[in-house]
Design a binder for this molecule. Sequence first.
Ligand code: PMV
Length: 325
Amino acid sequence: MKVKTKSPANIAFIKYWGKTNPRARVPQNNSISMCLSEMFSECEVEFRDDLKKDEINFVGEKVVKKKEIERIVEVLDRVRKLGKTKLRARVVTKNNFPKATGIASSASGMSALTLAALSSLGIKMSQRELSKLSRLASGTACRSISDGFVEWVKGENADSSYAKQLFMPDYWQICDVVAIVTKEMKKVSSTEGHALAETSPFYETRLRGMDKKIKEIKRAMKEKNFSEFGKIIEAEALSMHAVCITSVPSIIYWNKTTLTIIKKVMEWRKGGEIESYFTIDAGPSVHVICREKDSKKIAQRLRIIEGVKEVVINNPGIGVRVVST
Ligand code: PMV
């Protein structure tokens, strides 16, 4: 059966950086994120008896690394094992945003692929199991399963590490205004970055403060205290990037437009014009988090900054879905 799925990218308010079990992608700390309404991947999978090998089509991608194909085949192999079949699959995958620029394309792509492959073999699974299976393909993919605001509980091992919903998408009217500042793929993958985290002298300090930070952000979310929430997410993004910058070798994901936007967001806030806060994943793109009422104004201001290629306003979105069979 041919199945098509759609899955969102997600933005981490508390970041996943570093793993206790790299193979099974078990993280060092819990992380908290929001699914994005406008940035997503679509994936079509069909297992067929006329194929000698898996056929994978990345729509609109000029550069596809061998590693990316291998990661997809690994997902298919896992699903084949569950479905007790040797059939090969035809896969069509596409993102509506540039990959590897600081928007979680592996999160949306791998969660869409996992659900599409399972569904095309008629395998049903709970959200928790689907989250775990998606995590094996890409850590952040486990956070694109549930709708809205999500927490990835690190767990003790591969079997107890999964993400679950904290709040529905309509719980809080906040937006992620994404400023894409490059269309080029980053030079250092997040997989390499995770592996280097422990070489930073600040990593241990970061991890030590995590439980407190998670408690505080959850309280701010529960109280819908935007100012408190914003302060936490901005400090958190800087903490993750401090670890990246001080890793050996150093990883600097930002470019000059990233820094311009950081400063603008701080200026707007100081001047009492707009209260918004930035966060940045493993890439130069900046996510400006604001109240929904301010999102259009922020988008307009971001669009006129030199180096900004595209701006997308996201509301809290829903998780992965089958869209057609
Ligand atoms: O799943 P990965 O390996 O692409 O991890 C990326 C992690 C960050 O995006 C930098 C932070 C996060 O929690 O999303």
